[in-house]
Design a protein around this ligand. Sequence first.
Ligand SMILES: Nc1ncnc2c1ncn2[C@@H]1O[C@H](COP(=O)(O)OP(=O)(O)O)[C@@H](O)[C@H]1O
Ligand SMILES: [Mg+2]
Length: 282
Amino acid sequence: MRLFRHRMPSDEELTKEAKSAASVICIASGKGGTGKSILATNIAYLRAKGGQRVLLVDFDAGMANAHLLLGVVPKYDLGHVMLGEVPAQVALAEGPCGMKLLSGGVGRHALVSPTRRQLDRLFRALHPLEDDFDLVIIDHGAGMGYATVAHLAATSTLLLVSNPEVTALSDGYALYKRANMVNPEIKVGMVMNRCASEVEATNAWDRFRGASQRFLGHAPQYIGWVPADASVSRSIARRQPVTQMDPSSPAAHAIEGVSRWAPIDFARTHRPFYDRARSALR
Ligand SMILES: Nc1ncnc2c1ncn2[C@@H]1O[C@H](COP(=O)(O)OP(=O)(O)O)[C@@H](O)[C@H]1O
Ligand SMILES: [Mg+2]
């Protein structure tokens, strides 16, 4: 046995190893209302439909709405897990195509402003989930509270969502800058959501890239743009992802493109995500 200690692992072993922990991506923006939850729920749905075991964690804690967008009524949420009332596996609700949702809870004070100790406990409780899924998508609230910053420090991959408005771009830039400060290796992809036209999207992206390059010396990767589309509002009213309800609509078509962004499949770090997130709290 010893003789083989340094041999190269076989393809099969490599695949096994790669499959042992989930890819983890964070979806964030500086400003609220840019479309993070729309993208998170639709990407989760599409990936689950494609056969992956997908977990969506709604970390807009205390003001969660992913369950509404998915038509799910969760019995438990992150608050129950944080307080040790149920194990994380028990707190999962089932969404379309077998995807799982861990809801953020609505109006729960403990979740709105958790202490570092509480967050550490939560991250520890979430850790085992990494082995049960192929992909974990973490949907964040607006801003840069330390829960979000801990996630940014831990993740290999971030999907940054903005609108073409100058306020959204400016807040998005602040988040991008912060993410790179706490995590110089982070891979960031940008989606310009709710654009009236490709020209508007391209202009907004050019401005963002220009400012990033000039002040930071680097910029995110441009994943693409999603049109402003009334089918999104209709899908919210129906409590179904737009990619499920109206897959041929322009928004659904564009979101499908975003969901195929290749770095999502390689969103892994050497150490488990929730280990890194716990370290980032210290
Ligand atoms: N592509 C789009 N077209 C039309 N409306 C959109 C689009 N994306 C988002 N919206 C609207 O913006 C609102 C906020 O989106 P949401 O994903 O909840 O934002 P966030 O999670 O970033 O706060 C949604 O309720 C929806 O009405
Ligand atoms: Mg949201």
